[in-house]
Design a protein around this ligand. Structure first.
Ligand SMILES: NC(=O)c1ccc[n+]([C@@H]2O[C@H](COP(=O)([O-])OP(=O)(O)OC[C@H]3O[C@@H](n4cnc5c(N)ncnc54)[C@H](O)[C@@H]3O)[C@@H](O)[C@H]2O)c1
Length: 463
C-alpha cells in the first residue's frame, strides 16, 4: 500500500513517519520548499521527541517532495494534513484543504481515497467531494474516489506514542470500500488494541471539535475553580486531585494555570462557535470557556501588578516560551502576549526555554528579549521570575540557589510547578494559581500572615 501525506507539519510529518514505521511506502508533500529540502537533507524541521530517530530508522520507506502531482499519482490513499488556521472571523480557513482537494481532482488516476486528517468543520468532506468531482468531470476521466474523515488526536510532545498507540481511531465515511481500506491500513495499530470508531463523515468531523472543546472546557473549568480558591483559602491542586480521582471526571486537563494556548484549542473552540452561528446555534458553554480563558491570561498581570505595580526598569525572568512542554510550537503561546506586554510596560525580559528559543525568535521579531543559555542565567539579577511553561527541568531546580542568584524574591508560578511551602522556605514571595499554604514552619527569618487565605497574601522577607 502506498500512502501520500500532504502537509508535513506537526501532524503530517509524524503521521507520514509512523505510517513508514508500520511498514508502508510513504511520500510526504509540502508546498514549503525549505521544509522539504531540510527533510531531504536528513534534518527535522520541528522538535518532537523521538521523531529524528524514527525518520532515520525508516529512511528507505520515506520520500519527500514538493511535487503534489507526483504525490497524488504515488498514493493509493492521500492524507490531507495541511493547516486549518483561523480566519479573521475565527472560522477555520479551509483554503489549503480546498487547494489539496483540487490538486487531487486534477491528478487522480484510478481509485484513490482522499482522507481529511486536518481538523475541519462539519460539512468539509462534502465540500472536498464536490471540488474533486468537478475536476474529475472537467478532465473527463474515469477516476473513482472516496472521501474519509480521519481526524487526528495526537498531542505535540507525545505525538509518536499517540499515533502508534492511539486511544481510538475515528474513521468517517459513507463508503464500505473506503472503510475496509482504512481498517486494513490501521491493522498494525488496531491489532494491539486501539479501537476504531466507524461513523459517517459529518460525525467524524464533529468528534474532533467536540473532543478539543471538551478538553478546553476542563481547563477553563479548573481555572475558574482556581480563581475562587484564591478568594476562599482552598488549594486548587488538591481540589483537582480530589475530583480527578473520580473516574467519571478523570485527573487529566485539570491543571490550573495561565490559560490554554497552542495551535489547536484556541482556534478550534472558536471555530465550533462560529460554525454553530451558521446554524443559528448558540454554544453557550463554549463562549464561557473562551471568556474564562481570555480572563485567565489577564490574571497573571493582575498578580504581577499587585506586587510590582510599576514594571519600568525591572528585570523579569521568564521560564518557558512554548505553549506547553516537550514542543517548540509557539502558536498562540501565552508567553507571546505576556512578554510583549511586560516589555511595553518598560521591563527588561530575560527568557529561557529548553527547545523553543529558535522558533520564538520569529514570534518576538520586534521585541528586545534577552535569550539565555539556561534557566539560572535568565533568573540571575532578576527582580521576579515568571514560570510560563511547565518543563520538567524547571521543577527540579534548587530553589535556594535560585533565590540566591535573583535580585528580588518574587516567584510567579503560572503553572503551579512548585510547592508554595518549599518556595516560601527558600525565601520566595510565592504567587501561584489558586494555591494555599498547607502549613507554615516557624523560622526567625520567615514572616507569614497565616490569617490571609491565599498564598499571594503571604509575605516573605528576603534573607
Ligand atoms: N498540531 C497538533 O497538535 C494537531 C493535533 C491534531 C490535529 N491538528 C490539526 O492538523 C492540521 C495540521 O496541523 P499542524 O499542526 O500539523 O499544522 P502545521 O502548520 O504544522 O503543518 C501544516 C503543513 O501544511 C503545509 N501546507 C499548507 N498548505 C499546503 C498545500 N496547499 N499543499 C501542501 N502543503 C501545504 C504547510 O507548509 C505546513 O508544513 C490542522 O488542521 C490542525 O488543527 C493539529
Amino acid at each position: 500500500m502506498h500512502i501520500t501525506v500532504i502537509g508535513t507539519g506537526y501532524v503530517g510529518l509524524v503521521s507520514a513517519v509512523c505510517f513508514a514505521e508500520m511498514g508502508y511506502e510513504v511520500m510526504g508533500i509540502d508546498i514549503c520548499d525549505k521544509k522539504i529540502a531540510q527533510l531531504n537533507n536528513g534534518e527535522v524541521p520541528i522538535y518532537e521527541p523521538g521523531l529524528e530517530d524514527l525518520i532515520k530508522k525508516n529512511k528507505s520507506r520515506l520520500k519527500f517532495t514538493t511535487n503534489i502531482q507526483k504525490g497524488i499519482e504515488f498514493g493509493d490513499i492521500i492524507f490531507s494534513a495541511v493547516g486549518t488556521p483561523p480566519d479573521k472571523d475565527h472560522k477555520a480557513d479551509l483554503s489549503a484543504v480546498k487547494a489539496v482537494a483540487k490538486s487531487f481532482g486534477e491528478s487522480t488516476n484510478g481509485y484513490k481515497i482522499f482522507v481529511n486528517k486536518s481538523t475541519v468543520p462539519v460539512g468539509t468532506g462534502e465540500i472536498c467531494k464536490k471540488i474533486i468531482q468537478n475536476e474529475v468531470d472537467r478532465r473527463g476521466v474515469n477516476a473513482e474516489f472516496d472521501i474519509v474523515s480521519n481526524p487526528e488526536f495526537l498531542r505535540e510532545g507525545a505525538a509518536i506514542k499517540d499515533t502508534l498507540n492511539p486511544d481510538r481511531i475515528v474513521v468517517g465515511t459513507e463508503s464500505k470500500r473506503a472503510e475496509e481500506f482504512m481498517i486494513k491500513l490501521y491493522r498494525p495499530i488496531t491489532r494491539t488494541g486501539s479501537p476504531v470508531v466507524n461513523t459517517n463523515i459529518k460525525t467524524a468531523e464533529m468528534i474532533k471539535y467536540a473532543a478539543n472543546s471538551f478538553l478546553a472546557t476542563k481547563i477553563s473549568f479548573i481555572n475558574e475553580i482556581a480563581n475562587f480558591c484564591e478568594k476562599t483559602g482552598a488549594d486548587v491542586t488538591q481540589v483537582a486531585r480530589g475530583i480527578g480521582l473520580d473516574k467519571r471526571i478523570g485527573s487529566r486537563f485539570l491543571h490550573a494555570g495561565i490559560g490554554y494556548g497552542g495551535s489547536c484549542f484556541p482556534k478550534d473552540v472558536r471555530a465550533l462557535i462560529q460554525k454553530g452561528k451558521e446554524f443559528s446555534f448558540d454554544f453557550k458553554i463554549l463562549q464561557a470557556v473562551v471568556d474564562v480563558n481570555d480572563r485567565q491570561k489577564e490574571r497573571i498581570f493582575e498578580k504581577l501588578h499587585s506586587h510590582i505595580p510599576n514594571l519600568e526598569g525591572k528585570t523579569i525572568a521568564v521560564w518557558g516560551l512554548a505553549f506547553k512542554p516537550r514542543t517548540d510550537d509557539m502558536r498562540d503561546a501565552p508567553s507571546i502576549r505576556i512578554v510583549k506586554r511586560m516589555q511595553a510596560e518598560g521591563a527588561k525580559v530575560k527568557a529561557f526555554d529548553p527547545v523553543s528559543m529558535k522558533v520564538a525568535k520569529g514570534s518576538f521579531a520586534n521585541v528586545n528579549l534577552v535569550y539565555t543559555k539556561n534557566a539560572m542565567d535568565a533568573a540571575k539579577d532578576a527582580d521576579a521570575l515568571l514560570v510560563l511553561t511547565e518543563w520538567d527541568e524547571f521543577r527540579t531546580v534548587d530553589l535556594n540557589e535560585l533565590n540566591r542568584v535573583m535580585r528580588g524574591n518574587y516567584l510567579f508560578d503560572g503553572r503551579n510547578i512548585f510547592e508554595p511551602e518549599e518556595a516560601i522556605s527558600a525565601g520566595f514571595n510565592y504567587v501561584g494559581i489558586g494555591r494555599a499554604v498547607k502549613r507554615v514552619e516557624s523560622s526567625s527569618n520567615i514572616k507569614v500572615k497565616i490569617n490571609k487565605p491565599a498564598v499571594e497574601e503571604v509575605i516573605r522577607i528576603k534573607k
